[in-house]
Design a protein around this ligand. Structure first.
Ligand code: MOS
Length: 709
């Protein structure tokens, strides 16, 4: 049998997606399906005095209207990140209060989408309006409460080793700067949507995109006060999520509760405009970095503080400083994290939450330090590499960061760089070269998968895990094919359904590391069940005996390894930009990324994940920002035309290379995950290249043309 792992296998779900046969949440057709449309607040802070539900209930086709006055009873879920979790602590329509512009204040159900939408827009609402706060310079920041991170541990915002102030006072070179990033929207291509279908009033099926099928199931059960097994969540395809589809949002909770009242299958699609306020975003950030070195450029002190914002109805700190203790060795390290409340929707995880803006500040500051010291920025990073996590104290496992830096520099031709800003030109354009480092934690949870062998000589893998566009279908098939000794085409993968074994979370870049060892174990178990040394023997035995199938489950979970090692992936980005100063046109013309992510299971889909992260990072570097009108509190960005993001013409060819060895301390396959690391370090690599091209240090993202003039 040929080796499958480590080759390039095209997406097994690709054909279904491009031909339109892949069924997304809102595309599930059910007899008798009716449509819900959300009513949203036209003020950004205050109270609803009256909402005229009666008159819209009389409109043609309207079946029901839900407001805070008749919202069905819900129970508060545990919010323990294990059995149940919701994004926004306040339950939908739980009172008459409005906390942010565009907040959901009602739901109209009608026989058609058009009639529901029309009635929702005709709703007459009287408000008492309170003053609105959406401007960060007027916000009251306080020390952030500990946050629950993607690594499933609570993190304190404040952390200190050594004596930062004393070390800084004794340093020869000091760099100190403040960096800002703007509010970013997750903007998955597939809008948020749900279909809820009750069988009588005690069991429900939902069809919706979710990154965490089993926790969504448990959450609805707790909200509705019914046993978990009475809820089934079906999520075979997710059209992008980036952190915003892990748990139920208010629209999903509302849909499931309303569908029980009306006893009809109900669909609610959140419009693009409604998504801005109601399905998460990345908070704007303000960060200050202080670096102090001795005369040779060794970091003696490093301080990183961050300020981010949350909504009035949830505490979510964008953990910008989480990444700082892993990057560079320093005897004196100081971290701080503050949080303010604004009248904006609830922020949430967005690809490399905290780490991505945090890395913009840290890696921009490192570049400023390199110029200050007259050192090559690659050399500065090599010189200050740390072999241990400075917060957890464990040594890193299978770390090949230096290889990323050296290989990237070699591939890019970094040694040819002129050591002066504004010194490179081509075709009357300024040319700049920049680089920055990347890192992301290696995370792993526990999972279970079932493998079934059939007499037609196919193997089926079943698990609740899902694929949000990352390639899970394909790597699961590859792992089963390799373990069983079958061609990939003979493996059928069925995922994204809560009736299947618990496949865990597609978040924190951990699905592959979590799930694939369980698939290996299930494959081995099914051969044991069949009492067969090979899959061919098992098939022969099925055919000879007339037995319908062999079936077995396998589980896998982390052990004690995280008490000995810190697991982190690494990378380096090198890029070239050109700047036409006359019209402030900035283009990215070349990109080289070298990544160390443990074993690479599928070279093609892994490189695609890295490229996707880089493209998203270029979006944050150059275009993405959502502003709020201080007069009304409403976002002035509300669709994919007003929210700018990169198109094909903005993106150069992106070279991706993987280096290093499998991380066998981490899991039996040595695989760490590729979902988020691609975006890390992208924005600072661009900003650093812009400095090299123009001599302008841009410390606020995105780098829109105004900032270059
Ligand atoms: Mo991610 S932000 O863990 O989906």
């Amino acid at each position: 049998m040929n080796q499958v792992i480590g080759t390039s296998v095209s997406r097994t779900d690709g054909r279904a997606k491009v031909t339109g046969t892949a069924t997304y949440g809102a595309e599930h057709q059910l007899p008798g399906l009716v449509h819900g449309y959300l009513i949203t607040a036209t003020i950004a802070h205050g109270r609803i005095l009256t909402i005229d539900a009666q008159s819209i209930a009389q409109l043609p086709g309207v079946i029901a209207v839900f407001t805070h006055e008749n919202m069905p009873r819900l129970f508060t879920p545990a919010n323990d990140w294990a059995s149940a979790q919701i994004y926004e602590t306040r339950l939908p329509l739980s009172d008459n209060r409005v906390h942010y512009g565009g907040q959901i204040i009602g739901l109209v159900v009608a026989d058609t989408l058009e009639r529901a939408r029309d009635a929702a827009h005709l709703a007459r609402v009287e408000y008492q309006t309170d003053s609105v706060l959406v401007e960060v310079d007027k916000a009251a920041y306080e020390d952030s409460p500990p946050w629950f991170g993607e690594d499933f541990q609570f993190q304190e915002g404040t952390f200190e080793t050594g004596d930062f102030s004393a070390a800084r006072a004794g340093a020869t070179t000091v760099v100190e700067a403040t960096y800002t990033t703007e509010t970013e929207l997750n903007s998955p291509m597939e809008p948020h949507a749900i279909v809820a279908h009750w069988q009588t009033n005690n069991s429900v099926v939902t069809y919706e995109p979710t990154q965490w099928v089993r926790v969504s199931q448990g959450t609805y059960a707790q909200l509705l006060g019914i046993p978990t097994e009475r809820v089934r969540v079906v999520s075979p395809y997710v059209g992008g999520a980036f952190g915003a589809k892990a748990f139920p949002w208010p629209h999903g909770i509302l849909c499931v509760a309303a569908a029980r009242e009306i006893q009809r299958p109900l669909k609610v699609v959140v419009s693009r405009r409604q998504m801005t306020a109601n399905t998460g975003h990345r908070s704007q950030t303000e960060q200050t970095v202080r670096l102090a070195t001795n005369e040779t450029g060794r970091l003696m002190a490093l301080e990183h503080t961050a300020r981010t914002c949350t909504s009035p109805v949830e505490v979510f700190s964008e953990p910008c400083t989480a990444v700082t203790p892993v990057m560079y060795a320093t005897p004196n390290l100081k971290l701080g994290q503050e949080l303010a409340v604004l009248n904006v929707g609830t922020p949430t995880f967005m690809r490399a939450p905290g780490e991505a803006p945090g890395m913009f500040a840290l890696e921009s500051a490192m570049d400023e330090l390199a110029w200050e010291l007259g050192l090559d920025p690659v050399e500065l990073r090599l010189q200050n590499e740390t072999q241990a996590h400075q917060r957890r104290k464990h040594p890193f496992s299978a770390k090949y960061f230096a290889d990323c830096l050296r290989t990237g520099a070699e591939q890019f031709g970094w040694s040819q760089r002129q050591m002066q800003p504004r010194s490179q030109q081509r075709d009357n354009l300024l040319v700049g070269w920049g680089m920055a480092a990347a890192t992301f934690p290696g995370l792993r949870g526990s999972a279970e998968a079932k493998v079934r062998l059939l007499p037609d000589e196919t193997a089926h893998v079943l698990t609740s895990a899902n694929d949000m566009g990352t390639g899970s279908y394909t790597v699961i098939a590859m792992i089963a094919a390799e373990t069983l000794g079958l061609p990939v085409e003979r493996v059928r993968v069925e995922i994204g359904d809560s009736i299947m074994p618990d496949g865990g979370l597609a978040g924190g870049s951990q699905m592959t590391a979590t799930l694939t060892p369980a698939v290996v174990n299930a494959c081995q178990a099914v051969l044991e069940t069949a009492d067969a040394a090979t899959v061919q023997q098992a098939f022969a035995s099925l055919q000879a005996t007339g037995r319908a199938a062999y079936e077995a489950t396998g589980t896998a979970a982390p052990g004690e390894e995280s008490t000995q090692f810190a697991f982190q992936s690494w990378g380096a980005h090198f890029c070239e930009v050109t700047v036409d100063e006359a019209i402030a046109q900035l283009r990215i013309t070349r990109w080289v990324s070298v990544m160390n992510v443990g074993r690479v299971l599928n070279v093609k889909t892994a490189a695609s994940q890295i490229r996707g992260g880089i493209i998203m990072g270029i979006g944050s570097a150059l275009m993405e920002e959502c502003h709020f009108d201080p007069a009304t509190g409403h976002p002035v960005v509300y669709d994919l035309a007003t929210y700018h993001f990169p198109a094909h013409a903005d993106i150069p060819r992106i070279e991706v290379t993987f280096v290093g060895e499998p991380d066998l301390n981490f899991n039996p396959l040595g695989v760490r995950g590729v979902g988020e690391i691609g975006i890390m370090g992208v924005a600072p690599a661009v900003a650093n290249a812009v400095y090299h091209a123009t001599g302008k240090r841009i410390r606020s993202l995105p780098i829109i043309p105004d900032k270059l003039i």
